[in-house]
Ligand binder design. Sequence first.
Ligand code: FES
Length: 116
Amino acid sequence: MGFDRDADQDGRWIDAGRFDDFSPGQMRTLDIGRIKILIANVEGEPLAVADTCTHEDASLATGSLKGDKVKCPLHGSRFCLRTGRPLDDPAEIDLECFPARLKDQRVQVFVPNKNP
Ligand code: FES
């Protein structure tokens, strides 16, 4: 998605661990307090979205990943990890997306200040 901003007053890059530690097709979560973020390794590219399904309270990281889409374990809605858009009912609301990048073999996620 072309996100590559430096840390500034708008937010900060948070370290999410060594990229080598999770293989393609794997998901993990990063708990930053108010929000839990799902990070997926999609064919060598880190993608990050809010972990909680927008339909009900389910952790998407416990669902399944296929390409750049994650499927909710509760009612089966799939979400695009690039846009956050739900692709199936019953979810109708987009997931929040977070810029993610690799730096020195580590995954970093940009968290806006509104998500301290
Ligand atoms: S909780 Fe995710 S689709 Fe219902």
